[in-house]
Design a protein around this ligand. Structure first.
Ligand code: KPL
Length: 307
């Protein structure tokens, strides 16, 4: 084990990033950024610092200490990795603490948060979104495991009033490799197509992702994919169904031993992102007068199960 160290030189060159969300992705970003010498603080309810033992992909361990961001100091750079249903209230709570030209990076599963988030910010504050395929989980409150190598896609959601390369640099260090795109929507639809198949099914049946490879789940998965592709197309973001099917199979195979985030939420008795995943698909379908029997049935089963 070795301690993660901050270099003073880097500290003066780089702004402090405030990370909001003590879930796996927030802590993964915080630990990896700190390992690469970024000053990082957490937005914590309690003033006491927290300590994380981070097991990297290489199996090396590093110890991380994160202080709570001192209230009263304006936040210039913030990475918000909370669940989709918490984004709006979290931003509302943070608004008085953000600088006039704050760079705000969101990252979560599901869709439907960007418009309300954009509406809350001033024209000089810039909103970004990162979609990531990194796998990580918390073995307990103080132990974070980086379980699967992934990559990220970054896009500016609001037009940059002035380019800030610190955002790209931070995301590359925290959740890289990163690709920057002009429009995040196609990428969000693709991720949604994966999540709206794997997450509710694994959570409902209490199974690991890999179990979805069984023949008995194939017809339902195919129907769910077909329906979400209809909606994505109606929204102007057509997905190639055959390539998406391959991608879904790959994700099931590569993350076979993982528990989906929705299953983890269910097991921990936490609220799930169902409304921002299947619920979002159904809401958009309604706009286009599309009926989605497979999604409607799965959504109903999840609701009946208390999601
Ligand atoms: O994103 C995921 C999640 O669990 O939320 C997948 C890709 C399904 C991996 O578990």
């Amino acid at each position: 084990m070795y301690p993660a160290m901050n270099s003073n030189a880097m500290q003066s060159a780089n702004p402090t990033w405030v990370v909001v969300g003590k879930g796996a992705i927030g802590l993964l970003a915080a630990c990896q950024a700190q390992l690469r010498q970024w000053p990082v603080a957490l937005w914590l309810r309690q003033p006491q610092p927290i300590q994380i033992d981070f097991r990297q992909l290489t199996q090396e361990h590093s110890q991380h200490h994160f202080s709570s961001w001192p209230v009263g100091t304006p936040i210039t750079h913030i990475f918000i990795a909370v669940k989709a249903f918490d984004v709006q209230s979290c931003l509302q709570q943070l608004l008085p603490h953000l600088s006039d030209d704050a760079q705000i990076v969101l990252s979560h599963n599901g869709m439907g948060t960007l418009e309300p988030a954009r509406a809350l910010l001033s024209s000089k504050q810039q909103l970004w979104f990162v979609s990531t395929t990194h796998g990580a989980y918390k073995a307990d409150k103080h132990q974070l495991i980086h379980s699967g190598s992934g990559q990220s896609v970054l896009a500016a959601v609001t037009a940059p009033p002035k380019p800030d390369s610190k955002v790209q640099q931070f995301v590359a260090d925290a959740l890289g490799p990163v690709t920057e795109v002009d429009n995040i929507e196609p990428c969000l639809w693709q991720k949604l197509a994966i999540n709206c198949l794997i997450n509710p099914l694994t959570a409902l049946h209490n199974i690991q992702n890999g179990e979805l490879a069984q023949a008995k789940y194939q017809p339902q998965l195919k129907q769910l994919l077909h329906e979400v592709c209809l909606v994505a197309e109606a929204e102007g973001y057509p997905l190639h169904e055959a390539s998406c099917w391959q991608l879904v199979q790959q994700v099931i195979e590569k993350t076979a031993a993982n528990r989906s985030s929705m299953l983890q939420d269910r097991r921990a008795n936490r609220p799930t992102e169902l409304d921002f995943i299947s619920g979002f698909v159904l809401k958009q379908a309604k706009k286009h007068q599309l009926t989605l029997p497979a999604h409607a049935c799965l959504y109903q089963q999840c609701q009946d199960a208390g999601f």
